[in-house]
Design a protein around this ligand. Sequence first.
Ligand SMILES: *Cc1c(COP(=O)(O)O)cnc(C)c1O
Length: 336
Amino acid sequence: MIDFRSDTVTQPDQKMREAMANAPVGDDVYGDDPTVNELEQWAAERHGFEAAVFTSSGTQANLLGILSHCDRGDEYLCGQQAHNYKYEAGGAAVLGSVQPQPIENNKDGTLCFEKLAAAVKPDDSHFARTKLLSLENTIGGKILPVEYLAKARDFVNQHNLKLHLDGARVYNASVALGVDIKEISQHFDSMTICLSKGLGAPIGSLLLGDADYIQRARRLRKMVGGGMRQAGILAAAGKIALTENVERLKDDHDNARYLSENLGAIPGFNTFIYPVQTNIVYADVATHIDIHAIASALKEQGIMFSPSHKAMRFVTHKDVTKSDIDTLLAAIEKQL
Ligand SMILES: *Cc1c(COP(=O)(O)O)cnc(C)c1O
């Protein structure tokens, strides 16, 4: 199986499985799991925060992240395309009574500060209280420029808001830019990291922030059923993800560029309007080509990708190679 649907489909490698098997564990609900504690302390320091909490998923990390900044009747500003607006079942609103205020994303994934400023509500009983700006990096594979993050910090300071980063794929941004992760994380009051996307762990995310904030997040994590027992088995994989699997993200980016260039050379496939920045490739497909027919024919051959109405999406990761991409391209050409 060659699977381009997502960078979540990776298999834990032997080193990771051994670390999981050998991890010292305890009951993390009592705070007794040494491997979880070690990962949380290490990650807090590594990313320049006071504390961290290990969560079962990125969705849970964002939920705790937003609800630990906001009370009922507060609101957070975010992108119309933000994962924590569009793809998390409305969790902050449903479970926290926190209203999202989405703003149309610019083409590069950023949010316009004038539009954000216009959406910040005055202190008036008609309005929800605007408390938080949530950004996402990378967003749809696109990197927010580091200078933009500094401007976002100025913006939230000026408006007395907190700044959260949905950093599910933040390491793709840091590796592609060639900057240390702290160059990105330093601008934020809180940040999430997904350990089970390109970094190759089977399960888990982290939420980072100051000590009081993470204390609030722990209570909420328990509330939503996210307190886990011998979770060190998972944290051990997460530590390997962060220490061994970061630099190799460059291979995924190189492979994505290779795929984009070669797919774009096939008539009817336009990849040039979405220049590849990290590990996600989009192609607009001419209307006479039946994307869904190609998808099902390739699936028969053990090749999977995400088709939509007029576009294809491919995500590169550690379990697809350059030669797998050649196989994909040949299989697509054969269907035309
Ligand atoms: C995948 C993703 C999440 C959610 O992570 P899950 O582990 O799937 O819950 C959050 N934000 C972004 C940007 C993501 O890509």
